[in-house]
Design a protein around this ligand. Sequence first.
Ligand code: 3H9
Length: 709
Amino acid sequence: MPGPALTWELADGVAIVTFDLKDSPVNKFSRAVKDEFLATFTALEQDRAVRAIAVFSGKPDNFIAGADIEEFVTIGSAAEAERLAAEGQEMMDRVTRFPKPVAVGIHGACLGGGLEFALACHYRVATDHPKTQLGLPEVQLGILPGASGCQRLPRLIGARAALDIILAGRSERAPKAFRLGMVDELVHPAILQDITIAAARRLADGWRPRRRRPGGVLAWLLDRNPLGRRLVFRAARRQVLERTKGHYPAPLAALEAVEHGLKHGMAEGLKREARLFGQLAVTDVSRKLVQIFFATTQLKKDFGIPNAPPPTAVQRLAIVGAGFMGSGIAGTAIVQAGVDVRMKDADLPRVATGLAAARAPLDDRLRRHRIAKYEYARLAALLSGGDGYAGFGRADLVIEAVFEDLSVKQQVLREVEAAARDDAVFASNTSTIPIARIAEAARRPERVIGMHFFSPVDRMPLLEVIPAARTAPGVVSTAVGFGRRLGKTVIVVKDTPGFWVNRILAPYANEVGHLLAEGASIEEIDAAAVGFGFPVGPVTLLDEVGLDVAEKVSQVMGAAFGERLQATAGVAALVKAGRLGRKSGRGFYRYGGGKKRGVDPAVYELLGVHPNGGPRLAEILQRLVDGMLNEAARAVGDSVVGTPRDGDIGAIFGFGFPPFRGGPLRHADDLGAARLVAELERLAERYGPRFAPCEVLQEQARRGSKFYP
Ligand code: 3H9
């Protein structure tokens, strides 16, 4: 009798097994599915007519997404999680030791436990389709590949290549996976079934595939002898510590599982792997990372407004402003969405520069053999531009990315409305100016919306979509849908100055000026934030954003929110002195050859301050973080984000709020409102009313409530 996941049929001695988990968009291994696998394999073993097995997924574009994450988050103890891993390992072992050959045909995502299963099979065929990705993303969930992945992958492709994948939680596209030796054959999707079945049959006839072991002198030196391997592990450990700063235990544990297995053999390796999996699965870090996974998955389906109508599919995009942001959006649009892009700027040289910049990510892909030449030519041909609005009449969506100035943006809006179709959407890529103000100039305000991209557009994963009061619901869906096609995680936020990300960054960035004035050094301020887990400190962040941009933002925020979010004069003084941050080679730090070159002591003079000890590191950190948490709580009270989930994802993907802390609102919950309010009251007494705890936190402290009940 067929179970909920597996069916099979016999074709000329080969059992064709299809994994298609009912009522689920992806295949995943739960305990029930694992039991069904074991029962099916027992039946296949006993059936004399079956000479070989070929396994496929019944899902259109997904192979197996790994272990069921929902199941393992319910686990209460490390011992129970260890048992789960050991059972997973036993299932994989059963497949490897199966007396009849097992071939697997992979199309779509083959991740985590899914790849561990494929590695346990005797022969792997994968499609060369872009959707086919093979990887072990476990460390991104704060765990490690616990169903023998830490043992099988290094044995198949060598320790170095395996560590690259396991420690970063990376996925490889099929062609790269083939080059690395993770799969035996690469085929077009149309012939996946035939080739896999034929391989199973050949294996049953006694054929044995000849696998190249990772070759070359380097492989011999580093992968196959213990001394070389020790070097590999030492270097990997150093890199992991540099990257994680000790905040994430999973990559180090995975390293230990791999190393232990290579030193003491498969059986010992498996034991260690299961034990470490058990320990990791119940850590707070893992819980937080899993919450982020589910939050981003939910956001893929959420259009941010109730009863959202379906989005219009954007086929033609037009962009006004061929500068850094405009060309960044254009480049991302052709690479990710394959849409036709028309750019406009004031004169042709600027347009030409913008077009070249937009092509840069494509050039990069060609150089790295990520796309074929014909694909490059096809995508590059999607880009065009001019100094007028020719071609804008065909656009479904027009994005404005001009200078951050209300009257300039309104002028562009008027011109676009004259040139574009009545049903085209006009989106402003503003970082602070309320969309309703821009839309005051519109003839069709219901078609106007904000799309706040972050710089550099191709690398920053967040998009804020900002409907104004009069924006039509369909326009919101279209902007959100298009943002997703660009590969962005999209949050819909309220039309208030600074929206979400810049609003909660404002007190954090402003505090830099206060701290410097009190004698803190630039390095100390940054070090405090990095120690907390931010990718860079607030001073470096200002340099990266651009001090001129930061100055504009802070003016808008100061005007809108008054003293609480008023910047000190520091940034303006630096801008006046021609220091615009990284892009101009000088900001708070000096830059040369694409690298940060250390603090420029001249900055202290320009600001009229002297680093002389200043506040203690812990005090600096509390001021930076508590100010941000307070503003985040206040913005939630103002309904700037629809849910705490959106706020946390926005902070994590927008500026790298430490993922292992779950976002500012989860972090506030962890601290507890009562404690946070007490800390803020102390800071307010000492440093001024900007720290006064907001009503939302006070209310939570009174009631003992939280953002996430
Ligand atoms: C692991 O394998 C541990 C083992 O080493 C050891 C064990 C002992 N579990 O993202 P989508 C759901 S750890 C549960 O929108 P897409 C997802 O929540 C696992 N649920 O689709 C969503 O549910 P809903 C390592 C899962 O096409 C629905 O499927 N694996 C899982 O854009 C659709 O998802 C990973 O970390 C899962 N494993 O992307 C892979 N996977 O519809 C995680 C998905 O109710 N998954 N769901 O909201 C992914 O990266 C993407 O989902 C994938 C598909 C690329 C597969």
